[in-house]
Design a protein around this ligand. Structure first.
Ligand SMILES: [Zn+2]
Length: 224
């Protein structure tokens, strides 16, 4: 199966699913103003179904500009969404050209679902993430088309060794927000994480480092 068609299947499963009791518990914490932020590595977007708002950040290609913005002391605390989607959200697509993010609609999903594996010599030797870029199976960005440009859509979901990571997430700004949140946290709850996967252990190390730096007394609590 083509990668995009496979992701389209994941999208269908995610949008058919219902929030768990854990999602609902997080929502309750927010409702009673006990939640500072929810950082999730899930891409299913189920938190949105509970009514939790999504933390937004600017998305761009130019990491140097973003770095300069952070260095200049720009305040990122204006983003008041409750959930930081650290690995993106499969319910959204992003344009590789202009970075515009939009919800996956039925027409786009249908095109992705109809994607077929490309057997060109190029695609046969490159990775799954590069398969997305094959010109034989692209879905074009309407914003770019209106300007005569040739933008291509992809799911806003982080892949392993993703060459377009900047389109999906922004580490500089996210980690800045994480530092701010941790500096005032009374406790950090780790939910549904086995710590058997590298991204989760890296996040744990990042949180530990940040807590140490800000001198926070936050307790690290894991709930399975
Ligand atoms: Zn575009």
């Amino acid at each position: 199966m083509d990668a995009l068609a496979f992701f389209a299947e994941i999208h269908k499963e995610a949008t058919k699913a219902s929030p768990t009791s854990t999602h609902k518990a997080i929502m309750q914490l927010a409702k009673y103003f006990r939640l500072r932020r929810n950082y999730t590595m899930n891409v299913d977007g189920l938190h949105r179904d509970t009514g939790l708002t999504t933390w937004r950040h600017s998305i761009g290609h130019d990491s140097e500009t973003l770095h300069n913005r952070r260095q200049s002391g720009e305040d990122f605390s204006g983003a008041n969404g409750m959930v930081v989607e650290m690995h993106g959200n499969i319910r959204e697509v992003v344009c590789e050209e202009c970075g515009h993010v939009s919800i996956v609609d039925a027409a786009v999903l249908k095109k992705f679902s109809a994607s077929k594996v490309c057997f060109s010599d190029l695609c046969a030797i490159i990775s799954v993430s590069m398969l997305i870029q094959c010109s034989m199976q692209v879905v074009h960005c309407s914003k770019c088309e209106a300007k005569g440009k040739d933008g291509v859509l992809r799911f806003r979901m982080l892949l392993y060794d993703d060459s377009q990571q900047d389109l999906v997430v922004d580490d500089f700004i996210e980690l800045g927000q994480l530092d701010d949140d941790l500096s005032g946290a009374d406790a950090i709850l780790w939910m549904g994480i086995s710590f058997e996967q590298s991204a989760s252990t890296e996040l744990f190390k990042e949180v530990s480092r940040s807590l140490k730096e800000c001198g926070s007394q936050g307790n690290l609590t894991s709930i399975r």
